[in-house]
Design a protein around this ligand. Structure first.
Ligand code: HEM
Length: 496
């Protein structure tokens, strides 16, 4: 073992002291260097999605007709394989927390294509809780731990949904068993939520929604199981992924997309609104290829903690859309990575493009690659790769979504989402919501139940019945134990 400069270390156990009991000497440089490095072992965690696992794998294009939509090299030929790295994560849970806590799960992919890195960022629900980046930080803050107490606080979460009812659609998914507490990272479908675009060689652009369909199927814990496993094995999800890959049960997903014609995008309210889905009956899924995760990282910090994804990393053939949340996210990610990993984060091995390194960015903290600076002045354009012009439709203004605030906007797709659940899943959803309402004020609970009645009266009734903590017959043994212990310690406090 050596020091950072490569000099050997002769003693690793005992510090250099003046006499057997004397003070430690500053000239034990191996000790000082070891402690100083230890003090700097962590970087700031991700502000969102800090808890996660990673794996490497491949994408195999399976659709011979992709060129019709997209000119990107990775889709140019059926059978073509592209290496990738994936990170699967919680969203609001912090590092060290139990992985089976109710949360939105992330599924980020970095495809190392021959034209540079394409990052595809998904969550395990097809919709998000806000649709404009201007409201993004509040949307995140109200689902995270309460900044006043650092406790989970369903009161602030539900208050956000009450004030921003377009968030209700995602809230229903968050409180379902399948999406809110997935059994395994392998057993979840994932969705890019935001609208992107594809353009082909001829410059024709279409709007796109990406989907990842799990070949393992999708399944969730019920609330009772998720809470038990949280106590017994807080690392459940990462252990499951590692063990599956180690035993060569490589998880696979089909990468699919929906297509909307360019002109249609400006006529349809849901086109660029990521709180809404595009109906499969009208916009069927088209298969692009298959993703397989088949290799584990060996250094968690270097390969998983430092991996940096951004929806702004696109290759020719893939573009953006007027989706206002996506537009903000194009800025958010590289900016937070400058802060989290420094200005040269793209030089960290897991983030490096495999084709060529950018040469125009000089120096800066952690710039460690020796490159010929003359190249800096030799940037060449590639006009053949120019993106087709990007359509816009009016003067600059702070516009609402076309049908913003209507019954259809707030509840239409939420009703359909509830309507397709089985009776068992409807019951589980109501009970999961009720359990979160048990711990909030009567006033907010009442408002939430009124809001739920707009989705379905039966849902609202079951929630009311089960959120009345003392009368409840359906509260699980976990909750009963919680209430017993809590009222022993705090007999005078009625809610948490
Ligand atoms: C209000 C909107 C949003 C904000 C403010 C936001 C912000 C962030 C931030 C700051 C990070 C940490 C990035 C890093 O440190 O490297 C992150 C990670 C992530 N975001 Fe978002 N995000 C938003 C919406 C979305 C949406 C709509 C999706 C996808 C559908 C998404 C998917 C992800 C994923 C998968 C990660 C984890 C990336 C990783 O594993 O490193 N986010 N987000």
């Amino acid at each position: 073992m050596g020091r950072a400069a490569g000099c050997p270390v002769s003693h690793n156990k005992n510090s250099l002291t003046a006499g057997p009991h004397g003070p430690t000497l500053l000239q034990d440089v191996a000790l000082i260097e070891k402690l100083q490095h230890f003090d700097r072992e962590t970087t700031p965690p991700r502000n969102v999605h800090p808890l996660g696992s990673g794996a490497y794998g491949t994408f195999t294009c399976t659709n011979p007709d992709m060129a019709k939509y997209c000119r990107a090299d990775l889709f140019s030929k059926a059978g073509l394989k592209t290496d990738l790295v994936a990170r699967l994560s919680g969203t609001f849970t912090k590092q060290g927390e139990a992985e089976t806590i109710r949360d939105v799960r992330g599924f980020a992919l970095k495809f190392y294509t021959s034209q540079g890195n394409w990052d595809l960022m998904c969550i395990n629900m097809p919709v998000f809780n806000c649709r404009d980046a201007k409201i993004g930080p509040e949307a995140i803050h109200n689902f995270k731990r309460d900044p006043r107490t650092d406790e989970w606080n369903p009161e602030t979460t539900w208050k956000f949904v009450l004030q921003h009812r377009e968030a209700l659609h995602q809230a229903l998914m968050l409180y379902s068993d399948r999406e809110g507490t997935p059994l395994s990272y392998r057993m979840m479908h994932a969705y890019a939520c935001n609208t992107y675009s594809f353009y082909n060689e001829a410059g024709k652009r279409v709007w796109i929604k990406f989907h990842l369909r799990s070949e393992q199927g999708a399944a969730g814990f019920n609330a009772q199981e998720a809470k038990l496993i949280a106590g017994i094995d807080p690392d459940w999800l990462k252990r499951d992924l590692r063990q599956a890959i180690e035993s060569k049960k490589f998880p696979r997903w089909t990468l699919c997309f929906q297509v909307m014609e360019e002109a249609q995008g400006f006529q349809r309210a849901e086109a660029f609104d990521c709180t809404k889905v595009w109906k499969h009956s009208e916009f069927p899924l088209i298969e692009a290829g298959v993703i397989e995760l088949n290799r584990l990282p060996i250094d968690y910090f270097a390969e998983v903690e430092q991996v940096a994804f951004s929806p702004s990393n696109v290759v020719p053939g893939i573009g953006f859309s007027p989706d206002k949340l996506l537009q903000g996210r194009l800025f958010i990610y590289p900016d937070t990575q400058f802060h989290r990993l420094g200005p040269n984060y793209f030089l960290i091995p897991v983030n490096r493009p495999r084709n060529q390194l950018p040469t125009q960015y000089l120096a800066g903290q952690h710039q460690s690659t020796i490159r010929d600076p003359v190249l800096v002045n030799a940037l060449v354009d590639t006009p053949s790769l120019l993106e087709p012009n990007f359509p816009t439709d009016g003067p600059a203004y702070v516009y609402d979504i076309p049908n913003e605030g209507s019954d259809e906007d707030y509840y239409g797709q939420a009703r359909e989402c509830y309507g397709i659940l089985s009776d068992k899943d409807k019951q589980a959803l109501a009970i999961n919501i009720a359990q979160s309402l048990c711990k909030i004020s009567e006033e907010t609970k009442f408002q939430v139940c009124e809001m739920l009645a707009n989705v379905n009266q039966g849902l609202a009734d079951t929630v009311v019945l089960n959120s009345t903590q003392n009368k409840s017959k359906l509260v699980t043994p976990n909750e009963k134990l919680w209430f017993q212990l809590h009222s022993k310690l705090h007999p005078d406090v009625t809610s948490a």
